[in-house]
Design a protein around this ligand. Structure first.
Ligand code: ADP
Ligand code: ADP
Length: 227
């Protein structure tokens, strides 16, 4: 589903060059739930951005769903990104002036389909994360855990094949974090491939596999867990 081959990435600013990733070989199979761990600054976000087609590697190749990204222009990448990926971040990035249901509908505004269809999909997504009764609330009327669940509903409303989550529980207490993990595991059980950055070992152990990053490189061997 996701194949990175010898991926490297260097950030260049005026004076500084940072080799953020070097020679990353990573294969995530369809239906896998992968936890990505490693110290701050080791390259996890960069890796997630490259997987999610938000950024391009300096060297190496990226293949998503069997299709090589070589030769794809920015618009092609954006179209593929919107069809294939849902993104969840540490902060929820909800729009405070919009009701929950309208926040969740946002990604669908760029697609075909009428308003009634959009509403139906948003309602379904909210029911999936257990917030069917909170559709008309505003984000600041919800707890942090509920807001992150709204963000998950927004990420899945377009029915993406792959969910990319960058420390989705980083701002939540352990109980709310567990609820968010429960939802990610449920979505994974329904067939969605998930790649999640986390600092929480206990959380990581609930996934299929932990990928460890250190200083821009993957630490091998990959640690397989019993399903
Ligand atoms: P992590 O997510 O593991 O904290 P990042 O991928 O954010 O790591 O960063 C990896 C390295 O690349 C760090 O040294 C960081 O400072 C650097 N870096 C990340 N993004 C940029 C950028 N846009 N410009 C310059 N350097 C960056
Ligand atoms: P987090 O720790 O939550 O991943 P970071 O502070 O590492 O957040 O990064 C936040 C954003 O800033 C990322 O998109 C990353 O690419 C960018 N970034 C990180 N380090 C640098 C840097 N040294 N220069 C410019 N941008 C950076």
């Amino acid at each position: 589903m996701i194949k990175l081959n010898k991926v490297s990435k260097t950030y260049r600013t005026d004076k500084v060059e940072t080799l953020a990733l070097r020679d990353i070989d990573l294969h995530v199979r369809e239906g896998e739930f992968v936890a990505m761990m490693g110290p701050s600054g080791c390259g996890k976000s960069t890796l997630l951005n490259i997987i999610g087609l938000l950024d391009r590697p300096g060297q190496g190749s990226v293949e998503i769903g069997g299709v090589s990204m070589k030769g794809h222009g920015d618009r092609q990448l954006a179209a593929l990104r919107n069809r294939t990926f849902g993104f969840i971040f540490q902060s929820f990035h909800l729009i405070p002036d919009l009701r929950v249901i309208d926040n969740v509908e946002l990604p669908l505004l760029y697609r075909s389909g009428g308003g009634a269809e959009r509403r139906r999909l948003a309602r379904e997504a909210l029911e999936k994360v257990g917030l069917g009764a909170r559709m008309d609330h505003y984000p600041n009327q919800l707890s942090g855990g509920q807001q992150q669940r709204v963000a998950i509903a927004r990420a899945i409303v377009g029915q993406p094949k792959i969910l990319l989550a960058d420390e989705p529980t980083g701002n939540l207490d352990s109980k709310m974090g567990e609820e968010v993990m429960d939802i990610l595991l449920k979505l994974n059980g329904e067939g969605t491939t998930v790649v999640m950055v986390t600092h929480d070992e206990q959380e990581a152990r609930r996934t299929n596999r932990i990928v460890r990053v250190f200083d821009g490189q993957l630490v091998t061997p990959e640690h397989l867990h019993a399903a």
